[in-house]
Design a protein around this ligand. Structure first.
Ligand code: ATP
Ligand code: MG
Length: 286
């Protein structure tokens, strides 16, 4: 179930580009509460006309996101239907997507990245407890509600958006999502389960620590498929504890991937080793 929003209550402004199935606009939503007019900035995601047959999963995704609430999950206000238009109305996040931010921003401190990773892990832990599979975790779907000061390390604040389900129908899109999509899902989409999000978390962690660069960027589809067929791993980070966590998450056997609790514990100990590194680099006080 989800909230229906009257089409007349929406205002459309500039286009923010295109998703795989959607056209994305900035806009606002008008509510009358207690006789007063309230205007809220929103993100309008219109289902592409060529993908009308996806509307059911589109609504499912909207419905899922509007039933659960967590500080690191993007708010979905509801759905608006007008003639043949299907529109998802979401919380608007000013600073945009994490991958673009990382590409734009030259220097991002380790503690800033670790904050992002921990926030994502806490959202995943919440979903895991509710037994909900997100299925579409990647830096593009992490929105920056607050940038913080990336070079100084003051805290960012992220929100996870866009759970899967639309994509479940589209073989080609699953392939585009290599290496974020867990290998077992390519074989059989019905194997999209909690463990798949751990794999995607690993790939997203890699992205985060590689300047927002898409992992396996530049490889054609055939090479990407080979990556899975030959049980490859992403190039590992010099930071061995981080590399180890990523490879645990991207284990080809779903059952061996770590629980969220274990991921969080390991991220916390990464912070400690970060401090150790920082302190080791500082001269000792007299
Ligand atoms: P997918 O379902 O594959 O995630 P999508 O329709 O969500 O596709 P994206 O490519 O994820 O499309 O998003 C396109 C761009 O729109 C992002 O790069 C981001 O800049 C912007 N965007 C998406 N959601 C929001 C939001 N809630 N607030 C502000 N900007 C957003
Ligand atoms: Mg998205």
């Amino acid at each position: 179930q989800f909230h229906m929003i009257k089409y007349e209550d929406l205002r459309w402004s500039e286009s923010l580009g295109q998703g795989s199935f959607t056209r994305i606009f900035k806009g606002s939503k008008i509510d009358i509460r207690d006789g007063e007019r309230h205007v809220t900035d929103v993100l309008l995601k219109e289902l592409d006309a060529n993908h009308k047959n996806c509307w059911e999963s589109f609504f499912e995704a909207a419905s899922l996101m509007s039933q659960i609430s967590h500080k690191h999950l993007l708010l979905v206000y509801g759905i608006s239907v007008h003639r043949s238009k299907n529109v998802m109305v979401q919380e608007f996040i000013k600073c945009g997507a994490l991958d673009l931010f990382l590409k734009r921003e030259g220097s991002v401190s380790v503690s800033w990245k670790l904050d992002v990773a921990k926030q994502l892990a806490s959202a995943l832990n919440f979903l895991e407890e509710k037994n909900i599979t997100h299925g579409n975790i990647c830096a593009k779907n992490l929105l920056l509600a607050r940038e913080g000061d990336a070079s100084q390390g003051s805290s960012p604040f992220i929100k996870l958006s866009d759970p899967e389900s639309i994509h479940a129908h589209w073989e080609w899109l699953r392939k585009v999502m290599i290496p974020w999509v867990a290998p077992e899902v390519l074989e059989a989409p019905e194997r999209l389960e909690l463990e798949c999000d751990k794999w995607s978390f690993g790939a997203t962690l890699w992205e985060l620590f590689n300047g927002g660069q898409a992992p396996l960027q530049g490889l054609d589809l055939e090479r990407k498929l080979q990556f899975y067929e030959t049980y490859k791993q992403l190039p590992s980070s010099e930071w061995t504890e981080l590399a180890d966590l990523i490879s645990q998450c991207m284990n080809y056997q779903p059952a061996f991937r770590p629980s969220c609790r274990s991921i969080i514990r390991q991220l916390n100990s990464l912070i400690t080793s970060d401090y150790v590194i920082l302190h080791a680099a500082e001269p000792l006080p007299d």
